[in-house]
Every structure is written in C-alpha cells, then in structure tokens.
Design a protein around this ligand. Sequence first.
Ligand SMILES: Cc1cc2nc3c(=O)[nH]c(=O)nc-3n(C[C@H](O)[C@H](O)[C@H](O)COP(=O)(O)OP(=O)(O)OC[C@H]3O[C@@H](n4cnc5c(N)ncnc54)[C@H](O)[C@@H]3O)c2cc1C
Length: 419
Amino acid sequence: MRVIVIGGGAVGLCVAEALSARECEVTVLERERCGTGASAGNAGWITPSLSTPVPGPGVIPISLRWLVNPSGPLWIRPTLSPAMLEWIARFMLSCRRPVYARGLIALQHASAQAIGAFDRLAARGVEFEYHDEPLLYPCFEPSELEHVWHVAEELRQAGSPQRIERLAPDELRALEPGVAPDVLGGVIAYGEARVRPERLTAAVHQALSARGVEVLEGARVTRLGRDGAHWLAAGPGRPTTRGDVVVIASGIASANLLAEHGMRLPIAAAKGYSRTFALDPTGPRRPVYLENPKVSISVYDEGVRVSGTLELGATDLSLSARRLEAITTAARRALPGWRMPARPRDWAGMRSLSPDGLPYIGPVPGLENVHLATAHATLGITLAPVTGELLAGCVLDGARGGLLSAFDPARVLRRSRSG
Ligand SMILES: Cc1cc2nc3c(=O)[nH]c(=O)nc-3n(C[C@H](O)[C@H](O)[C@H](O)COP(=O)(O)OP(=O)(O)OC[C@H]3O[C@@H](n4cnc5c(N)ncnc54)[C@H](O)[C@@H]3O)c2cc1C
C-alpha cells in the first residue's frame, strides 16, 4: 500500500513513521521544510496534566475579560467571516459541561498512552532529546491554587491515573529554588516529559530517510485528484505523486485541500509565541507552568524556552512585541532571580483548533481512503506518536471505535453548499 502524507510537522512525520514501521510505502510532501510550522518553537511538553479541551466551563467569561487586555493569555480576533462566526458558535456550545467532560475523558485516555508511544518511537531507532521529569505548578494567588487543584480533581474524575500532589511553599522552593518567595504553594504532576520539538521532528525525518522513505520538501500540494482507484497529489514544479491512501496532516492548512472536494472542515488558527534563552546558572532547573498567565517554562539541554498566548483567529505569523514581553514578564515575576540572557530567539506558530478542542484523526466521510490527522491544538507534540499509531491502525487494520470514535472527523465534517 502506498500512502501520501501531506505535511511534515510533528504529526505528519509521526504518522509517516508509524506507517513505515509497518512496512507501508510512504511519501511525505511538505510545502516548506519539515518541522518548520507549529512544531518548531513550541514548549515540547508531553503533558497529561494539561490534556484538557480548550473550550470548557468558564472559558467564555474569562476570554471576555482578557479580550480587553491585549497582553492577556487569550485573545479572540474580532471577525465577521461566516466560517469563523460558525466556528465560534460551535466553540461556545462545546463549553457546556457535558461536552467538556466527554472531551476531557478522551484526551486523558489519549495522553495516558503518550509516554508509551514515545518509548516505542525511541525503540524503533528514533533518537531525540527527551527529559522525563515532573512538572511544577507554582501559584501566587489563592484562586490560582484553588483552580489547579480543582483541575487535578477533574482529571482524577475523568479516570486519569496520573499522580498529582499538593506542595507547600517550602517544598516547592526546595525543588525549584528560583521560584519567588511569595509563592503560596502549588502542585507537582508526575508522569510528564518533554522533548525539544525541533530535535524531535529532525530525528523522525532522519529516521524516515534512513529507512528509504521519500520525504519531499518544498513540495506544496495544491490539488488532490483521482485517477481510478488512486489519489493524485499535485503541486507546482514537481511530478504528481500517486498513492492508494492520503493522510492530510497539514496543520492549520488542512481544510484547504478538502474545500475543493466540497467539504467544510471547521478549524481555527490559535497563534502562540515563544522566546528561547541561552542557559544561565540563575535560570530554572526544571519545567514550570504558570496557570494564571498560562505560560510554560521549558528547560532543555541547550536553552530555556518561555511560551504562551492563544490568539484565536490569527491570520499571520508576525511577532507581537507586547505579547512576547507579557510572557517574559510572567516568567520574571515567577523566577525573579533569573538573569535572562540577552538576544533570545523569538518565534510565533499557529496551533490548529477544532471547535470542541479534540483532534481530527481518521477517515474523511465521502472521500474514500482520505484521512485526517490535525487540530491537535495545545497537544500536538504530546499526541503526535499516539496519532501515528492510531492512524496506522485505522489505515492498515480498518480500526474504528475507542479513541478513533472520539476523534472521528465525521463528527463535524459537512459538505459545503457549493460542493
Ligand atoms: C506557543 C506554543 C506552545 C506549544 N506547546 C506545546 C506543548 O508543550 N506540548 C504539545 O503537545 N503541544 C504544544 N503546542 C502545540 C503543537 O505545537 C502543535 O499542536 C503541533 O506542532 C501541531 O503539529 P502539526 O504537525 O499538526 O502541525 P505543523 O507543525 O504546523 O505541521 C503542518 C505542516 O504542514 C505543512 N503544509 C501545510 N499545507 C501544506 C500543503 N498544501 N502541502 C504540503 N505541506 C503543507 C506545513 O508547512 C507544516 O509544516 C504548542 C503550540 C504553540 C504555538
């Protein structure tokens, strides 16, 4: 069987890897260079404790409050585009507790498999920077402390086996001495890990090339057509690629190729920022999440990355000095002794977000042998190898049900009126 994977981000590469590990003939078509989209400058956390749907009870009032604060962690770009208005309406419906509770269970089941899926990826010869360390949540406001503990309770109720414990201020500062002395306490989440995401994508790319998998960069797909039983992926300046099965893993651009087949995929861009500093002895020793400003601080072998912000409906990758400063200020407030080295590397990327906050993984109804692997929102690194395994089962064994039911694109895919 010959499979065409469109998109060489973390998700597309892990799908290609899982398929090639099962003896499939795979071609990856990437319009730029692999790993340069959302998968490049993110925090790289494999994080069951943050595996919750973006829409949820309380999100609308909080986002309305942040709407008037341009440095806030969540911002919705005002828009009159019918597609975006429809997306927002669906998002609001997904904030209802029963929808959130169902989504939470599915994401918790998926993320409970994440570390095992990374282990299997490594066992298949993919070598990448990997840190296996609990995540600290220091809190500076009573409401913040209450909220992180409330979420920990929700995770338990959703069936999470993860160990999450409360920490007193001195326990927290013993683990991360740089945390500001006015910390009120926090929690520690065990069973978390992190990768340096750009190293992960480079390693999967390298492993694919070593196995003889065709990975074409600068290969934008502009049209998906049919020739009898085969799919043809065409684009400018190169021969058309022919395959039996297509996997669209094009991140935020995933809706485009479906539109010409009359399919409307609800997906929105959720832009985020990161700032990567050189290592400094005054900096953090371990990963830290700041709940109120929603900022991640990720420590790697060769740097520390501060990331955050969710700008819904963003249209370009321009760097906002104000938002980069906001995430830096949040990190400085939590770790006041950190002498942040000058000239950090700034980055912006677009997460792709479905209105219910769950990814689209599985077959596209009405387009035989076309599958989706996208809309992983804040969890595309956490769930990339799991997605690869799920989709390989779906394509090669016809697997359905379980997580594939929760993530089935058929839950939202519609034929557009013109299609
Ligand atoms: C600030 C920030 C922090 C984050 N932190 C974390 C984290 O700690 N943990 C976590 O799990 N997730 C995190 N995420 C989310 C994660 O980055 C994304 O979910 C993930 O990278 C999505 O991967 P992807 O492969 O779907 O998309 P992308 O990496 O965007 O890949 C899609 C690829 O498709 C290509 N493409 C598009 N159209 C075409 C076409 N027509 N033809 C050919 N190629 C095409 C693009 O060039 C791109 O390379 C974070 C995101 C941000 C922005």
